[in-house]
Design a protein. Structure first.
Lengths: 325, 254
């Protein structure tokens, strides 16, 4: 008896048609195009980082961070400008955080929809687009030329010039704070707005006042977003040169090399060194500056900002994980 | 406190969102310790009516009302401190809202805001309210769980427990049973029959049979107007005062 041979397998009914094959090819091609532009973005960044850190490698060490600059930065370390940037950031946060958060709370929680609210919102957005050098000049006009003389009338001895406050940490912090205010307000408003309105209504229905609702429900659940926004302006405060150029940063200053005075090298009414300013000065204002010092400063400044930003990102990821609704 | 006045009274109330009118000359009164059922199709102003009672209409931009809403004979519009009023009125809206706090703190929220801090007192309030909302057995072992992690029906009962936490004199329920299974709904209805001895209940519902089961009087609201307010057995009889009521209750209404 002949064993029947199995029938030839039928043509695959799920085989793609010519049309589907064409679409699949287009989809793959488009994905590669998008990847190319993504690479265009990333490659220069990586190249710059590698280049800078490679050229800075000979000087990078803990001593480079801890020692004070010698001979206008041609030798030594970066302690004086690093400390200046640190206190500048802290100082500006002291102003920008409370003012920005309070303003955002008012705009998001209290202000009624209306022309006044809209004008304030437009102002805040426009302020965010103002170039930083304009903020710097504003700082000169408002803080250095108007505020400082007023302070000196109170604190300074008229017969002793050394007791007068000069443009320094206070004026520069205020200028940076004004520059970052719109960023903080906008990010804080977004964080507050992300708390569902239904939570507020539930509290109001229970007879909670607006402030009780804000304190117990809105703020605890938007704190993470507000904090992330604040950390991001820290990197802006650390990196900007223009706003502090005329409002307190100086190109060189001798600071104490040991003791408590090394940790607190500047008083608030005294010019200070800052990383961004230092980098600007040593890279093109001083002749015979060794290249390795320029790249060293750039590497430290970039490293500082990358560190702060990655801290903000890590914080955001961690807080997203413990979202409560 | 108990006087001859109706517990809640609406006199010629009109409510507006911007230029859109949602309540038209609504007038009625609710006696103390009674249950009033409010029925009517969507968009007939039922929720707005509740929001005028505890003045949460204030929070909606462009919303306002005219006429008088009286609680205990006192006009709510003239009250200096609307939060005091809101504490006397328990509100449950149809969307379940668990606050992003623990189950315990959800219920203790309003008492705490009122200055009650003694742990024993709060424990007692939390257990009583969760029992009244028929939620206690399900959550008694996990009071530290976030209220937002409960299921929809459980969150709805949590909302009810929260509304009861200040022992309000008026309880407004807006579609409270929408996310709750029928068996639990029946148990809550049993609780409401007990609660009515100590509070006046306004029951807004799309389930006309629920109004029939619970309400002493039933109000039929349609397009912002009171079509009929009659004793419940009249509304559900063959001859209510208005023909439209009969049609709506029996599902003939277009």
């Amino acid at each position: 008896m002949a064993i029947p041979t199995p029938a030839a397998p039928p043509a695959n009914p799920f085989a793609p048609s010519e049309f589907e094959r064409r679409k699949a090819r287009a989809a793959a091609r488009n994905q590669w195009i998008m990847f190319f532009f993504c690479a265009v973005l990333v490659v220069p960044l990586v190249a710059i980082l590698v280049d800078i850190f490679a050229k800075a490698a000979p000087v990078l060490s803990l001593h480079y961070l801890w020692d004070n600059p010698v001979n206008k930065g041609k030798a030594g370390g970066l302690w004086a400008p690093l400390a200046g940037t640190f206190y500048l950031v802290i100082g500006s946060l002291l102003f920008v955080a409370p003012i920005g958060i309070c303003a955002a709370i008012y705009l998001n929680e209290y202000a009624r929809e209306g022309w006044l609210n809209r004008i304030i919102s437009i102002t805040v957005t426009s302020l965010a687009g103002v170039p930083s050098i304009v903020h710097g000049l504003f700082g000169v006009g408002a803080f250095v030329l108007v505020m400082l003389p007023a302070i000196n009338r109170v604190v300074a001895d008229p017969n002793d010039r050394t007791t007068r406050w000069e443009a320094g940490l206070l004026t520069a912090s205020l200028t940076i704070a004004v520059m970052n205010l719109p960023v903080v307000i906008t990010s804080a408003r977004e964080a507050l707005g992300a708390v569902p309105q239904t939570f507020r209504e539930a509290c109001w229905n229970l007879g909670a006042t607006r402030w009780q609702t804000i304190r117990t429900i809105v703020l605890p659940n938007s704190f993470s977003g507000i904090l992330t926004g604040i950390i991001l302006v820290v990197s802006r405060a650390a990196g900007e040169t223009a706003p502090i150029l005329f409002t307190g940063a100086t190109y060189f200053k001798f600071v104490a090399d040991s003791g408590w005075e090394k940790l607190f090298p500047y008083s608030i009414g005294e010019a200070f060194m800052a990383m961004s300013m230092h980098l600007y000065i040593i890279s093109n204002q001083i002749s015979q500056m060794p290249d390795v010092m320029k790249f060293g400063s750039a590497a430290v400044l970039i490293g500082l900002i990358l560190f702060i930003n990655s801290f903000a990102i890590a914080l955001r990821v961690w807080l997203r994980g413990r979202k409560r609704w | 406190m108990i006087n001859g006045k109706p517990h809640i009274e609406f006199r010629d109330v009109c409510a507006f969102y911007g230029s859109k009118q949602v309540l038209r000359n609504v007038s009625f009164s609710v006696p103390r310790h009674s249950v009033i059922g409010v029925i009517g199709p969507a968009n007939s102003g039922k929720t707005t009516m509740l929001k005028t009672i505890n003045r949460t209409l204030d929070f909606i931009a462009g919303a306002r009302f005219t006429g008088q809403v009286l609680v205990n004979g006192e006009s709510v519009a003239d009250m200096r401190n609307p939060n005091e009023l809101r504490r006397r009125i328990g509100m449950v809206f149809p969307l379940p809202v668990g606050l992003p706090l623990t189950v315990y703190e959800n219920v203790a929220y309003a008492p705490r805001r009122r200055g009650i801090t003694a742990k024993t007192e709060l424990d007692e309030i939390v257990e009583r309210c969760l029992r009244q909302a028929v939620l206690w057995d399900e959550v008694k072992d996990r009071l530290e769980l976030l209220g937002t992690r409960l299921s929809g029906g459980q969150q709805q009962r949590l909302t009810l427990a929260r509304a009861l936490s200040l022992s309000p004199e008026i309880l407004c329920l807006d579609e409270f049973s929408i996310a709750i299974d029928p068996v639990t709904t029946m148990r809550i209805e049993d609780v409401l029959r007990v609660l009515r001895k100590s509070m006046t209940i306004v029951l807004v519902t799309n389930l006309v049979q629920q109004a029939r089961r619970l309400a002493d009087n039933t109000l039929f609201l349609w397009r912002g107007e009171v079509v009929e307010l009659s004793p419940t057995d009249v509304v559900f009889s063959e001859q209510p005062k208005d023909r439209r009521t009969y049609d709506y209750v029996n599902g003939i209404f277009g």
